[in-house]
Every structure is written in C-alpha cells, then in structure tokens.
Ligand binder design. Structure first.
Ligand code: ZN
Ligand code: ZN
Length: 488
C-alpha cells in the first residue's frame, strides 16, 4: 500500500510526470486511511462503476497485503465517505456505491467552524453562486420543476416553520450543475446555523417570512418565464436583503452536524455535535485534553458504544485524536482541510461534473474575487501576486496543470473569504484532475499552454494593481473561457 507500491499512481507518473491525482498529496495518518485512498483511486480510475464488486474480503487482503483489522478500518472509511461498502454473503464483497452528501456536509461544517466562517463570508459566496443558479434554472426548468417551485412557495406561505433555504436548494438543483447544487446546499447548511429568532418578536418573524416568500415568488416567476437575467437580478437583490436582516439581527449560531439515518447514528451524531460545541466554546485550543473516554461518557451521559462512534466521527474529521499512555485521553486536534476539499472533489467527480460545468462555476466565483481584489488593491497583496507569477513562470512547463492554479488559489486566499477559498480549491483541483486522467490532456503542447497562462496571469495582475475593476474582470473572464482549449 505504501507510496511506491500501487499500480494506479505509477500509471499516472508515466503519462503526466510530476503531477499527482486527487488524493495522493494528502499525507495519510494511518495505514487504513492510505488503503481507503487507494481504493478510492481505483474507483475513480474505473469511472465510478456503481454496483461493481471490487473484490471479496479475502481477495482484497491478498491484493493489498494488509491485516484484516486494517482492511476493515479502511472499509469503514470508504463506507463513511460513501464510495464503497462491504456486502456480506455469497456473491458479496466491496461494492462501489454512489457517495452520499452527509459525510461531505459534516466535513464542510467542521471546516467552517474551525475557520470561523461568518455570515458575511457565507453570503458573499452565495451571491455569485445563486445568481448563476437562478440563471441556469431559468434556462433549464421543466414544467414539473416549475410545479415543484410553486408547491414550495405555497408551503412557505402556509407553514410557520418552513425552511427558508429549501427553495434556494431547489433552484440550485434545477440548474443541473452538481457543483452549484453542492455548494449552495453547503451554504444553506451554514446559513441555517444562524438564528435571530431568539431576539425577535413573533410579529417581526412573521413579517420577515412574508417578505421572504414575496421575494421568492418574484424569483420563481422569472424562472417560470425563462427570463434568466431577471431571475439572476432578483436573486441578488433578495440575498442582499437577507444579509442585511441577518447582520442587523446579530444572529446566534448553533452548529448542525450531518443528518443521521438510524436512531443509533443520530445519538452518536448528537454527542459528536455537543463535543464539537464544547471545543468551539473553548476557542478550539489544539492540543487541549478533553478527558478520558470514561470521563466523556459521564460528561455526555452516554454509553461506551455511542461515545466511541461519536469519537470515531470526530477523529475521522481530525477534530480530536486519542493520546495513549499516562496523561493521555481525548485531545483537541486541527481539522484536515485537504481531506475536506478532497471529500468535496470526490463527491463532484462521482456526480460526473463536466469540464463546462466546472468552468462555469469557477467563472462566477473567480470574477467576484477578482472584482473585489481590483476594487481595493493593497500593495502587499499585489506583491504576493507578483511572487506567485514568478513561481509559476519558474516552474517547468510540464507542471502547468498544477502550477497554473497557484494564482487562482492565491487570489481566493487574499479575498479573506474561507468559503470562497474552499470552493476555488475544490474546483481547481477538479480541473487538475481532468488534465491528469489517462486519455485526457492538453490540446496544446505544455510550452504553448504555459506561455498562454503566464501571459494571461500577468495581464490580470497588472489590471488588479492598477485598480481597474472592469479590465481585471474582463481579463479573468477571457482567460477562464480560453481554458477549454487547454482541457479535453
Ligand atoms: Zn430566500
Ligand atoms: Zn489561470
């Protein structure tokens, strides 16, 4: 299982030297995690054939040369991430499955909690994404989509406690773009954590719900008519109003972790959330001792098996780790952000996101980022961008597939918005993956592609440094729209 062993990475090294596919850059902390990654690569390389059996337990033991305990731990991870599950009985084995949303949502919630992503950041990410979602929904909606939107509106007007963000999620789903759908759902989860109700009079709450429903009706009417521009514009206006109300209400945040399926899972998820709450309440001090397993059982009033399941969930997301020996116990850890990005990228890959869809979302997010950067160019930011350009230009042309994304990621970092940063990382990684897969690749030579990217990047940075918002925006747009010529 060790780095040099597996067959898939070697195949990649032959076709695209110096580059690594999704997942290989993350340093696995355990043999089991490493094996889970190997299995994940196998599934990706095979084109995600849901229902295919990867092998029986004994076949997998022989193929990977690991102990039964390691294999079972790895299978637990693949089942948790939802890309393969072990079926017992004759004809059973490790079966490829379609990954579920729940693990991804938990990973993002942990990331956002750790990074302390606030209302303003969430809303700044929502605007470009949902404007695009509404435009796409207006172009793609079917009569049954429109019926479902009207049904949701009726529910909103009749129900006191309907979920405001459900309609937003529905529009994102109609867009047919898996990245829009995932990101909007993630943002809805994060926005839904903020509540101002505790400080609000009941009549204010009703008034706000009514205003929300009226705005939603305007958006749905535009989508139903197929007027993409109007749908996008109304969405933007609506989100501005929601943000203003949220910020003015000084909202309280309640952490929400993944939805459990069974009762048992639900209890452990709720214990995990309470532990996470406690960690956040103490300012997320990495290295702090939370106590022994027994102490935690008593503190959270739970049995050993439920606590262990909660701890496994938190351990998987690197919220905690276990230290053995004297002075040991459950310790606060730092989340593995690479793993979060990977979980999202893998989820989108499994949903067969196309290059076109990928670039469409990148355009929406990255234009918002570049406009922001050019509107207030700080000299330290410009210096940082110039340093990235040099780094990109110094790299061998063959590495353009990875190095060409440095500027995009640095710009996202400089935006100071950790939600945008996360999304841009996921999308650029998926772009890399398209350049890496066997049988796909550049239509240009490496040198031609590297030259074109370097020129475009310099021009973008010059426009930002000059504070020319319109020019920076246009140059980024032209650059991103030229990328399909580099991708197959
Ligand atoms: Zn709304
Ligand atoms: Zn670029």
């Amino acid at each position: 299982v060790s780095g040099s062993g597996g067959e898939a990475p070697q195949a990649y090294e032959v076709t695209r030297p110096g580059l690594s596919p999704i997942g290989t850059r993350r340093a696995p902390t355990k043999l089991a995690e490493e094996l889970a990654l190997t299995i994940e690569r196998e599934v990706l390389d095979a084109g995600w054939p849901v229902g295919t059996i990867l092998g029986s337990e004994s076949e997998l033991l022989a193929r990977h040369g690991v102990s039964r305990a390691i294999l079972r731990e790895a299978v637990r991870i693949t089942e948790y991430l939802g890309f393969a599950e072990m079926r017992r009985g004759p004809g059973g084995g490790l079966v490829v499955t379609s990954p579920g949303l729940s693990a991804v949502m938990t990973a993002v919630t942990v990331y956002a909690t750790f990074r302390d992503v606030g209302v303003a950041e969430v809303m700044a990410a929502r605007r470009p994404l949902e404007e695009l979602a509404a435009q796409q929904a207006a172009k793609r909606r079917t009569p049954s989509d429109v019926n479902e939107l009207w049904a949701r509106l009726t529910l909103e007007l009749s129900e006191d406690r309907s979920d405001h963000w459900a309609l937003h999620d529905q529009l994102a789903a109609i867009s047919g773009n898996p990245a829009i759908e995932l990101f909007v759902e993630v943002l809805s989860r994060l926005t839904g954590q903020y509540r101002v109700t505790s400080r609000m009079e009941p009549q204010d709450g009703r008034k706000r719900r009514h205003e929300g429903a009226v705005a939603h009706r305007g958006i749905v009417e535009a989508v139903a008519k197929g007027d993409a521009d109007l749908a996008g514009r109304r969405t933007r206006v609506h989100l501005d109003a929601v943000e203003a109300a949220l910020v003015a209400g000084d909202p309280e945040r309640t952490i929400v972790l993944g939805k459990g399926d069974g009762d048992h899972e639900k209890r452990s998820t709720s214990v995990a959330r309470r532990i996470l709450d406690n960690i956040v309440g103490q300012g997320w001090q990495v290295g702090r001792l939370l106590g022994s397993e027994l102490e935690l059982q008593q503190r959270y009033g739970t049995g050993r098996s439920v606590l262990r399941e909660a701890l496994r969930l938190l351990e998987y997301h690197h919220v905690i780790r276990t230290r053995r020996g004297p002075g040991g116990g459950i310790i606060v850890a730092a989340p593995d952000e690479e793993a979060t990005m990977e979980a999202m990228a893998v989820y989108l890959e499994a949903r067969s996101i196309t290059a076109q869809q990928l670039l469409e979302v990148r355009e929406a997010l990255e234009l918002a980022i570049v406009v922001d950067a050019a509107a207030k160019p700080r000299s330290s930011d410009v210096d940082a961008l110039l340093a990235v350009l040099e780094q990109e230009e110094r790299a061998p042309a063959r590495e353009i597939g990875v190095m060409g994304h440095l500027l995009h990621r640095r710009l996202a970092e400089l935006s100071g918005n950790d939600a945008l940063l996360l999304f841009v990382h996921v999308l650029t990684r998926l772009t890399e993956f398209r350049q890496l897969s066997p049988g796909r690749g550049f239509q240009l030579t490496y040198e031609e592609a590297a030259g074109a990217v370097a020129r475009a990047h310099r021009a973008i940075v010059r426009a930002i440094a000059a504070g020319d918002v319109e020019l920076a925006r246009r140059r980024m747009q032209v650059h991103l729209r030229a990328l399909p010529g580099h991708l197959r």
